[in-house]
Every structure is written in structure tokens, then in C-alpha cells.
Design a protein around this ligand. Structure first.
Ligand SMILES: O=C(O)C(=O)CO
Length: 326
């Protein structure tokens, strides 16, 4: 280990923004995985004997990686809000502090969600295809008519920081009501700020004009948006998912969109990722699909690396992390 550097830290991705690396460098020796996409063998080789890890991708963080690291490992932070790729019980069992980076990405993801909501409700994808196919027919007055956002009811499945940031943005669009379904009720002041009401899942499905999925992927949320759920939604409803693809049963969503059981969907996340270019979802006019770019802005990624680095350093110092994951 180089002189004066108290800890050895693995950064599992070569593109982690410099802001986080510079922080770590002050008193850590940095080892960095160079492969993109991550070569698992390289990661397992380089993790051996490190004190801390800045986990910069969505590779499984599990017993295999922890065993490869060894018992001296005392601090890990992901560079993501969602940690569905982490075996959290295994990290906990080993009493290793684990951090993640929620909050700093709320605004970037919320901006994108609003973009998807407008794109899906106003048929951007279908419109673009009409141009490509020389089918520009705006001499018809009912051509490409979309759904209004004004006076609508927006239902949030999950109403944490990202959901609230989306609601804040949508308040400028003259929406009528916010409904939300969560396990726990949010603070009264938050309900008042957004004129939001907690409802059960069936009410959310039945009453919302727009449904925004903004919850973590857990065993309880996996696949809850399935054919049964789509059949309870309005036929004019628009579904937005900026959370995790697996919360939606994608075959059932395809059928619901194809049969116009619901109006449209805007998805930043899919199952699987990457989605195959031949996936049937991409053949639909009423699905706007993006390649999971919710947090992909320069500033947000830099902020994520900074928070992750602080988490790692605090874990190494035996201090509480800025954003602990458990
Ligand atoms: O950080 C995450 O978990 C994301 O998926 C950002 O889009």
C-alpha cells in the first residue's frame, strides 16, 4: 500500500466520475476495475483484500463478491438509488455498512418521468413513426389525439423522494388530484403540499388517469402490474415506469397496450435490460421506451459518485453513512 494511505478501496467501474475518486484518493489507495461491461473475473480478482468498495454498476453484489473480498471488508456503497442487485441480507449478516445514493437523483429521474408522461400521453413515438412512414395526415381533425394532463388524477405507486419530485413538477400542469399507494402513509405536510391522498391499490388503478411507478423492486412489488391490474385501469390510462422493469409483467403490458386496454405506456426501465432490439414491446405505437437513462445527467452522476465516496469513507471511519441502505 502506498505511504500514508490508510485504506484500500475498489472502484468497480472505470467511468465513475472523478469527483468521487478524488475524495477517496485523499486517504485511500484506489484499485479500479477497467472492463466495461464489467468482467466478473476481473472484479473478483481485484476485490481481494480491499477495505472498502464503491460499487459503480448493477453487477450482482452477493456472497460470491463478499467472499472474494475477504473478512477485512468494512464499507460498501453503491452508486444507485435502487439496490435490487444487492443481496442485502448477506451484507447485513456480515455486518458491513452499506450505502446507496437516493435523493441526489430525484430531480433528474423526475424530469425524465414528466418527459415520458408527456411523450406517452401525446403520442410522440407514434407521431415520429408517421413521419418516417410518410403518413402525415393532419388534415384529419382527430389525428393523433392524446390525453390531457390538466384536470387529471395522477396516481403514484410509491411516493418517496422521486414520486414527490414528479408530483412537484406536475403541479405546474394544473392536475386535479394526486393519489398514492404505499405501505406507510407519508407525512401529513407532504399530503397537504401535493393535495395527495393515500388509497388502496385497486382504487389507484380505477381512478388514475396517469399511473407512475416510483417504488423499489421487492418481492412484494415484483409483477404487481399484471393483466389483473391492467383490467382495473381506465381505458384512457397512461402508465409510466421509471422504477424497475420487473414491477411490471411485461407480457401482460404488451397485451394491454396492443389491445388498447390502456392508452399508452412510457417506460425508462424494462425486463430484461438491455431490452432486445427485436422485443415485441418495441413494435407498439403506444409504448415509449427508453434505455434506463433516468439518472443519466453529468451533474447527477457526479453527485452520485460524491455521495457514494462519502458513504465509503464514513463506513471506513466507523461513522454513520450519509445515506445508509439499511
Ligand atoms: O439509481 C437507480 O437506482 C436508478 O435506476 C436510476 O435511474
Amino acid at each position: 500500500m502506498s505511504a500514508g494511505k490508510a485504506f484500500k478501496v475498489l472502484v468497480t467501474h472505470p467511468e465513475v466520475p472523478q469527483e468521487g475518486i478524488d475524495l477517496l484518493k485523499e486517504n485511500c489507495e484506489i484499485i479500479q476495475v477497467q472492463s466495461v461491461p464489467t468482467n466478473r473475473a476481473e472484479l473478483l480478482e481485484k476485490i481481494r483484500g480491499v477495505d472498502g468498495v464503491l460499487w459503480g454498476g448493477h453487477q450482482p453484489l452477493n456472497a460470491e463478491a463478499l467472499d472474494a473480498a475477504g473478512p477485512q471488508l468494512k464499507s460498501i456503497s453503491t452508486m444507485s438509488a435502487g439496490i435490487d442487485y444487492v443481496d442485502v441480507p448477506e451484507v447485513k449478516r456480515r455486518k458491513i455498512p452499506l450505502g446507496h445514493t437516493p435523493t441526489v437523483l430525484n430531480t433528474a429521474v423526475a424530469d425524465l418521468a414528466v418527459g415520458l408522461l408527456i411523450a406517452a400521453s401525446r403520442r410522440f413515438h407514434e407521431g415520429r413513426k408517421k413521419i418516417d412512414n410518410d403518413q402525415w395526415e393532419n388534415y384529419h381533425l382527430n389525428w393523433l389525439l392524446g390525453q390531457d394532463i390538466r384536470d387529471s388524477t395522477v396516481g403514484f405507486y410509491g411516493f418517496g423522494g422521486i414520486g414527490q419530485a414528479i408530483a412537484k413538477r406536475l403541479s405546474g400542469f394544473d392536475i386535479d388530484k394526486v393519489l398514492y399507494t404505499t405501505r406507510r402513509r407519508v407525512h401529513k405536510e407532504i399530503e397537504e403540499e401535493f393535495n395527495a391522498k393515500k388509497v388502496d391499490f385497486d382504487t389507484l388503478l380505477a381512478e388514475s388517469d396517469f399511473i407512475v411507478i416510483a417504488s423499489p423492486l421487492t418481492k412484494d412489488t415484483q409483477g404487481v402490474f399484471n393483466a389483473t391490474a391492467f383490467n382495473k385501469m381506465k381505458q384512457t390510462a397512461v402508465l409510466i415506469n421509471i422504477a424497475r422493469g420487473k414491477i411490471v409483467n411485461q407480457d401482460d403490458l404488451y397485451e394491454a397496450l396492443k389491445s388498447n386496454r390502456i392508452f399508452s405506456a412510457g417506460l425508462d426501465v424494462t425486463d430484461p435490460e438491455p431490452l432486445s432490439p427485436t422485443d415485441k414491446l418495441l413494435t407498439l405505437d403506444n409504448a415509449v421506451v427508453l434505455p434506463h437513462i433516468g439518472s443519466a445527467t453529468k451533474r447527477t452522476r457526479a453527485d452520485m459518485s460524491t455521495i457514494a465516496a462519502h458513504n465509503v469513507l464514513r463506513g471506513l471511519a466507523g461513522e454513520p453513512m450519509l445515506s445508509p441502505a439499511y
